[in-house]
Ligand binder design. Structure first.
Ligand code: 6R9
Length: 676
């Protein structure tokens, strides 16, 4: 391993205290190129970790179940203490802490208010037009109690499903916590989804109530959400009531309200009793369903339960980010409609009593520096985002972060996809000033909380690796035949149950077993990702199993080839897929976006091929390079390679409705036709 502290790199960073970004651009590029050779980064020299993790590791290694029991007693407040920890008598249907009782909203709110922290800000909310609203723990508790009573008055009972379709406003948190308070099961749908996707998710989960908004805004444009919801969901038989939040900057006069069915959120709260004591619920009471984003056809209703899920979110949020609720200002830029938002905007931070930033808008509106403006304004210390967002920032250029003082940052995180080393290094240097450990957190909707990740400041990091499993997590690799892989590439599995694991797929136990536990038996969770394990025991997530390309019998990962392409200085973003090839079985097609909106040419194409050959080998050279202005992405920012595979193979395009911008595919299809 190479010992590497922040200082030499930090010297070259364009930032508030460094040279102006324009002048430094060349040297930044050179620094990044140079650092690509560095394999491993020790925790930055000046970083002082606040939580002890070595003790965790030792305890977890000795007895993982006892480790979880200790954490559950230490981190959660129970109405009835559990005596039973893990029940593994019927795998894969595990239960945790099953005879204990607690209320999740009380763990997130009441216990902090009771301890005198009611005036602490839970969320510094920032609206898209610059509005500011500080919401305290006491505020959240008051609204949550009223909404819980309001839901009860509408006939919602424990176990009923409540749909939530809201933008990034504090009411979305209140809605989730009010459900948890009375034991209703929430089903949040990402606010950027089309109402037809909401309909499907409400229908399959038999939602009785939907909490939505009159209208939403995005980069200055307005969407008539309630009217669209009426048009799509008006005839759903199970859906009895619709609660409508008055969104920021909306004009309520234009909103259609059906008497007897629709009710305004604020009027429901005003009419409700302010006191709603938290109901103690069994640890395994269902907490929420979350439909996972569709790389396969039919969405999966992933079901999480109360105590185990909350323990996973609370524990990892503290341990991974080294979070100190008394001093940190934490910001996760995800949307609440994804698992990252559930675990690391709502439940983990609130259970820990943290102060967070919540931002309604886009990262490039009103200008490309808005995120960094917010970091500076609130003195954000811990920032958690996705690699795709970092690559957008790279495309926009270092001059935007350079406008702001980012010196408050102490920990940076990423999630959602493998991060290519160049993006990692850019994040490290340009955003983190070389001082902040980066935690590349691997996990899934199904896992509920982070399973493989560095612990900030305690784990040496390698750009592109999620490093090691967290304490008490048994991640391993298997061959196709189920043999253990100790070094090299294999199928990622988790061999011991953990508290925040999904319990089933909603009303579909059979599909749950079939999807995750049929390949290697009922006690081995098959993740669906391939990974590489290096000689230091570090995991390198390669990607979904279906994203592996086989060229002439050699396995190549789309992520690996993409990473190589993106490492070229002219490239902003790339997506690689396989196309059928007579000679080699499969051939590599690369869709490439260049920096600075540059158009591609033959010389650049030749350079890129050579570059990939140099970094991985001739075999990995793309057979075809298609220049793209933008790539097709889901609303959560994942590149939809399925569509690129279809277009590359000349097949009919499948469903494009889940794309953030469906028009992107038409442009790409045209380019493909023009690119032999
Ligand atoms: C949290 C989340 C899960 C899939 C997962 C994997 C990919 C997530 C990653 C990562 C490499 C990371 N993924 N984190 N790949 N490195 N740090 O994203 O959940 O939306 O369910 O996606 O995302 O392929 O299997 P979800």
């Amino acid at each position: 391993m190479t010992d590497m502290d922040a200082s030499p790199a930090a010297a070259a960073i364009p930032g508030p205290n460094g040279p102006a970004a324009g002048e430094a651009a060349g040297s930044l590029e050179a620094t990044l190129e140079g650092l690509l050779e560095v394999e491993s980064f020790d925790p930055p020299a000046g970083f002082v970790r606040r939580r002890d993790v070595e003790a965790d590791r030792a305890a977890a290694d000795a007895d993982p179940v006892a480790f979880w029991a200790d954490r559950a007693r230490e981190l959660l407040t129970w109405d009835k203490p559990f005596t039973q920890v893990l029940d593994d008598s019927n795998p894969p249907f595990y239960t945790w802490f099953a005879d204990g009782e607690l209320n999740l909203s009380a763990n997130c709110l009441d216990r902090h208010v009771a301890a005198g922290r009611g005036a602490r800000v839970a969320f510094h909310w920032r609206g898209e037009e610059g509005e500011r609203r500080d919401v305290t723990y006491a505020d959240l508790l008051a609204d949550t109690q009223r909404l819980a009573n309001g839901l009860t008055s509408l006939g919602v009972r424990a176990g009923d499903v409540v749909g939530i379709f809201l933008p990034m406003i504090p009411e979305v948190v209140v809605a989730m916590l009010a459900c948890a308070r009375i034991g209703a099961v929430h089903n949040v749908v990402f606010g950027g989804f089309a109402p037809s996707a909401v309909r499907e998710r409400m229908e399959v989960s038999d939602a009785r109530v939907l909490i939505t908004v009159d209208g939403a805004r995005r980069k200055g444009r307005r969407a008539e959400v309630k009217a669209a919801v009426d048009a799509e969901l008006g005839d759903l038989p199970a859906l009895e009531r619709i609660i409508v939040v008055r969104g920021p900057g909306q004009n309520a006069a234009e909103v259609p309200m059906t008497p007897g069915r629709d009710v305004w959120f604020d009027e429901l709260l005003a009419a409700a009793d302010p006191d709603c004591p938290p109901v103690p619920l069994p640890a395994e009471h269902p907490l929420f369903i979350l439909y996972s984003s569709g790389s396969t056809a039919k969405p999966k209703g992933i079901l999480h339960t109360t105590a185990g899920y909350l323990l996973g979110a609370t524990h990892t949020h503290g341990a991974v980010f080294d979070l100190d609720p008394d001093t940190d200002v934490y910001w996760c830029s995800a949307d609440v409609g994804w698992i990252t938002g559930h675990s690391y905007i709502v439940y983990g931070p609130l259970s820990n009593g943290a102060t967070s930033v919540m931002y309604e808008g886009a990262p490039d509106y009103p200008d490309h520096d808005i995120w960094w403006r917010i970091v500076e304004e609130y003195r954000v210390t811990v920032f958690y985002t996705a690699p795709t967002a970092i690559r957008s920032c790279i495309k926009w250029g270092p001059q935007y972060p350079a406008r702001h003082d980012l010196s408050s940052l102490r920990v940076l995180g990423t999630v959602g996809e493998p991060i290519n080393p160049k993006a990692w290094l850019w994040y490290h240097l340009v955003i983190g000033g070389g001082r902040c450990p980066i935690v590349d957190t691997w996990w899934q909707t199904e896992t509920g909380s982070v399973l493989i990740s560095p612990l900030a400041g305690a784990t040496a990091t390698k750009p592109g690796s999620a490093t090691r499993p967290l304490p008490a997590i048994s991640a391993e690799l298997r061959t196709e035949d189920g043999e253990p892989v100790t070094e090299g590439t294999g199928i990622l599995v988790i061999t011991k149950p953990w508290p925040s694991m999904l319990r089933t797929l909603y009303k579909d136990d059979e599909r749950f077993v079939e999807t995750y536990f049929s390949r290697f038996g009922p006690s081995t969770y098959v993740v669906g990702d391939a990974a590489r394990l290096d000689a230091d025991g570090y995991f390198w997530i390669i990607g979904r199993i279906d994203d592996v390309i086989n060229v002439s019998g050699h396995r190549l990962s789309t992520a690996e080839v993409e990473s190589a392409i993106v490492a070229h200085e002219a490239v902003a973003e790339a997506a690689v897929v396989a196309q059928p090839d007579e000679q080699t079985g499969q051939a590599i097609v690369a869709f490439v976006t260049l920096t600075g909106h540059r158009a591609g040419d033959d010389a650049t194409e030749a350079q890129l091929r050579e570059h990939v050959a140099h970094r991985i080998g001739k075999l990995a050279r793309p057979k075809r390079i298609v220049w793209a202005d933008d790539l097709p992405k889901t609303r959560s920012g994942k590149i939809m390679r399925r569509l690129l595979r279809d277009v590359a193979a000349g097949r009919e395009l499948g469903d494009v409705t889940t794309l953030r911008d469906p028009a992107v595919m038409a442009v790409i299809a045209e380019r493909v036709r023009a690119t032999p």
